[in-house]
Write a protein of this length. Structure first.
Length: 200
């Protein structure tokens, strides 16, 4: 059964079993190589009173054999109480609805490709980590994530913080990693490999 997400006025993304319809296109999940998000939520002050707010959210789908990503842009501006384009809150709501749908349907399929390589005995590089079945090690080799110390994670779009068993930060994405196209797949990979509820 298809899932529909209305992300802005007169714009709906439809998620089917093997493909999605968005921005007037049919995009097969197997052709999506990466997903990246960008979000700016800013406000303007005058004499310490809020006079403006603008939200600029973008979703980028990197499709096989295409030079430019398929991009959805959601922008909302409010100035002196007047919405210049759809309100910032509507833009934020649409961005978050689209993020949640993609993160639950598309990104796990991308993560599965990495997991298949890992389970076949390979080491993959993902968001600055070298990952195999037993550990994820950063390139400096001074941070190791494994089933023994993995305590879960916190994430917000492209930002990931890995926690240890005591809920203290163990590793987090760097500024460079945030712009890595597949940092969004990292939580799905780490959860399957190292979560205590994981079957591995």
């Amino acid at each position: 059964m298809a899932m529909e997400v209305n992300y802005k006025k007169n714009k709906t993304a439809i998620f089917h079993k093997n493909f999605m319809e968005m921005e007037g296109r049919e995009i097969y999940y197997d052709d999506i190589e990466a997903v990246r998000y960008s979000l700016d939520d800013m406000g303007g002050l005058a004499w310490f009173l809020p006079v403006a707010r603008w939200v600029d959210g973008r979703v980028h789908l990197f499709v096989k054999n295409e030079k430019k990503p398929v991009t959805v842009s959601l922008m909302g501006i409010h100035f002196l109480g007047i919405p210049i384009v759809p309100t910032p809150q509507r833009a934020m709501d649409g961005f978050e609805r689209l993020y949640e749908a993609i993160d639950s349907i598309v990104t796990p399929k991308i993560a599965q490709r990495y997991l298949e390589q890992i389970h076949a005995g390979q080491e993959v590089e993902l968001a600055g980590l070298l990952i195999n079945r037993w550990s994820a090690v950063n390139k400096k080799r001074d941070k190791v994530i494994s089933k023994e110390n993995y305590g879960g994670l916190q994430r917000r779009f492209n930002h990931v913080t890995v926690l240890d068993k005591y809920s203290d930060p163990l590793w987090q994405t760097s500024i460079k990693d945030v712009f890595s196209n597949n940092v969004t797949a990292l939580p799905h990979v780490l959860e399957e490999l190292f979560s205590t509820t994981s079957p591995n």
